[in-house]
Design a protein around this ligand. Structure first.
Ligand code: ZN
Length: 100
């Protein structure tokens, strides 16, 4: 499995403005506040094992937390996981402030 170059990662992160494609947090802010768990990472929209490529169109920015959570869940399961996580997060407010 070849690793993606830093260049392409940066392109993906910058295109997404470091916003997680799943939970919508600003990973730059969250990483500062809550640590590596929320750092930006590369997510394959179609997983590589299912034939997804390393092309820009198949890559998205996701926080590590979502990236890990997504791994072996189907999409509904994953949504529930996000909701539960959201409830736990004191910081939901921060996200709202940023967005509106
Ligand atoms: Zn996320």
């Amino acid at each position: 499995m070849k690793n993606l170059g830093w260049g392409i990662k940066l392109q993906v992160f910058e295109r997404a403005e470091y916003i997680c494609c799943y939970c919508g947090i600003d990973t730059l802010v969250y990483e500062q506040l809550y640590g590596r768990r929320y750092a930006a990472s590369i997510e394959h929209i179609i997983p590589r094992i299912k034939g997804g490529t390393d092309d820009l169109e198949n890559l998205a920015c996701a926080c590590l937390c979502c990236n890990k959570g997504r791994r072996d869940r189907d999409i509904n399961d994953f949504k529930r996981y996000l909701e539960e996580r959201d409830n736990e997060m004191v910081s939901a407010q921060l996200r709202c402030q940023r967005r509106y």
